[in-house]
Ligand binder design. Structure first.
Ligand code: CA
Length: 220
């Protein structure tokens, strides 16, 4: 036995999915529609979506910001876990990709919980801060352009309440963060983020090796 995270081969991963994931037919359909997309790997897996939905329940999140919505699977997971009067603000720059998800949000009966803002997320976040929405959100899920992660972090840390949760996707970046020969801008940005989160006393953190790495940061 070892005290580190076990390696999960395809066989064990299938077992994990079969024995934990409770995905609805609608959610599966959205994943399958998205799988045909050239950028399909940007979509989170069902076990991660379910984990994030559990986090929503655990902190009873009623107001959430999502940065990077793509075709709407993570938003569907988050919105379904929120109470009926919950509000999820989805920030994305693509009308085309998010349009894939909207009919699924409607069919799931959660469309009215979701506000979709098509604009650069930094503009949306800065406008929220300027309008006095500091510490009014319970959770933020950050999953957009990696070179802006630190900028999203500073703004979301201000927008989330004490005890609220920030989630950063892709923090293991398919292992590239630990490969010193990889000096691409995205990899360097994620390394800088990981160092900054580790050293920031304003938050408690855990880098969870689910999906491509998901860092949880609770605002103290
Ligand atoms: Ca991602």
């Amino acid at each position: 036995m070892t005290n580190r995270t076990i390696s999960i081969d395809d066989h064990l991963h299938r077992y994990l999915l079969e024995h934990s994931v409770r995905e609805t037919a609608l959610m599966r359909e959205l994943r399958e529609v998205t799988a045909q997309h050239t950028l399909a790997r940007m979509q989170i897996g069902p076990e991660q979506g379910q984990f994030m939905a559990l986090l929503v329940e655990l902190i009873a999140a009623r107001r959430i910001i999502e940065i990077g919505t793509f075709t709407g699977y993570s938003a569907l997971c988050l919105a379904q876990a929120m109470p009926g009067d919950g509000r999820l603000l989805c920030c994305d720059v693509s009308e085309e990709y998010t349009a894939v998800g909207v009919p699924f949000w409607e069919r799931a009966g959660v469309r009215e919980r979701i506000e979709l803002k098509i604009a650069p997320a930094l503009e949306t976040l800065d406008a929220l801060l300027a309008d006095g929405h500091t510490e009014t959100f319970d959770m933020a899920f950050i999953d957009a352009d990696k070179t802006n992660y630190l900028n999203y972090y500073t703004r979301c840390l201000a927008l989330v309440r004490r005890g609220g949760l920030l989630l950063f996707d892709n923090t293991l970046w398919n292992g590239a963060v630990a490969d010193p020969t990889d000096e691409t801008p995205d990899t360097q940005a994620l390394r800088a983020l990981n160092r900054a989160l580790r050293d920031d006393e304003r938050i408690s953190i855990s880098l969870v090796p689910i999906g491509d790495g998901l860092t949880l940061a609770r605002k103290r």
